[in-house]
Design a protein around this ligand. Structure first.
Ligand code: PEP
Ligand code: MN
Length: 310
């Protein structure tokens, strides 16, 4: 059975106290130890005049708060080479390219070029969100560009912005993810579900998580959580209450186990393998029988010929 990957944390890194609370909650036994802590420092917002992140000051703050070792648990969004350089300089190692950035091939190319120049041990993971529109070529193009940098990216599905996805913020088009998987055709590439941005409302986050995981398309989830979502500076309505997070993780893991158990019950891998082995044994003994029969017939033939018996 595979463990589900978790990337959990606020939409945006806002303050030391907020991040201290998040880190404390994510360090409880219910939450797997390899969980990445989401903390966006750069927020390319659609609406003008809204909070655009703490940027380099936030990166410095996280570095002071966590130190070199613990900061490697942080994952943050980047949108160009400079934002990547700044975060790397402060010891951050996990990144993802946001949906708005994926829509711009030149930005992705710039990030890929920077990734190629950076020391490999400075980068632990790089994710790519699907673009806001239903454009598979853009997502796939971004994937190929990042692969060119020498890193194998993972992919994050945040739904598709159609303006027509009520009651959700974005459309949960699972077939779009399926198509991307087919195009990539590499089982080792991980897919992460972002139910927070599909939902747009915290009450839909758990049901969307379960529905998404049931498709069998995903290896993990990225979920937004905040100690006090009412005063969050971005995406207030969709962030889970931090104090409910351990329970959420427990529930999701319970479903994940059940989903995995059902799929291993249903795929009959063991039975299929046994049939293959049985077939092989049968063909081997058939081959043996035919060979022995041929040798005996040849012997009779040769003996008849030697004694000129018709
Ligand atoms: C986010 O991760 O907070 C975000 C802005 O998401 P997206 O890029 O999917 O819109
Ligand atoms: Mn967000």
């Amino acid at each position: 059975m595979k463990d589900l990957k978790f990337i959990l944390g606020p939409c945006a890194c806002e303050s030391v106290t907020q991040m201290e609370e998040v880190i404390r909650t994510i360090s409880v036994p219910n939450v797997p130890a390899n969980t990445l802590i989401r903390a966006s420092l750069y927020k390319p917002r659609s609406s003008y005049g809204t909070f655009e992140g703490l940027q380099s000051e936030g990166a410095s703050m996280l570095n002071n708060l966590l130190g070199e070792e613990k900061i490697s648990q942080i994952a943050t969004e980047i949108f160009d080479a400079r934002s990547l350089q700044i975060c790397v300089d402060y010891g951050i190692k996990n990144f993802w390219i946001g949906a708005r950035t994926t829509t711009n091939p030149f930005s992705v190319r710039e990030i890929a070029s920077e990734l190629a120049l950076l020391d490999k041990n400075k980068i632990k993971s790089i994710g790519i969100k699907n673009p806001t529109s239903r454009d598979l070529a853009l997502w796939y193009g971004a994937y190929q560009r990042i692969c060119q940098s020498g890193h194998k990216p993972y992919l994050i599905f945040r739904g598709i912005t159609t303006g027509n996805s009520a009651p959700f913020r974005n459309e949960a088009d699972w077939d779009f993810v399926f198509q991307m998987k087919e195009k990539i055709n590499d089982q080792s590439v991980q897919f992460i579900l972002d139910p927070s941005h599909i939902a747009g409302d915290r009450k839909y986050v758990l049901p969307l998580t379960i529905e998404g995981l049931r498709t069998g398309l995903f290896d993990g989830i990225m979920v937004e959580t905040h100690p006090n979502p009412e005063i969050a500076l971005s995406d207030a309505g969709q962030q889970l209450y931090l104090d409910k997070l351990p329970e959420f993780v427990k529930t999701v893991n319970k479903h994940w186990l059940e989903i995995q158990r059902n799929s291993s019950d249903c795929n009959f891998d063991t039975e299929r393998q046994a049939i293959v082995e049985l077939d092989n044994e049968f063909y081997e003994s058939l081959q043996k029988y035919l060979n022995t029969r041929r040798i005996l017939s040849d012997k009779i033939g040769e003996s008849k010929a030697a004694h000129s018996k018709p």
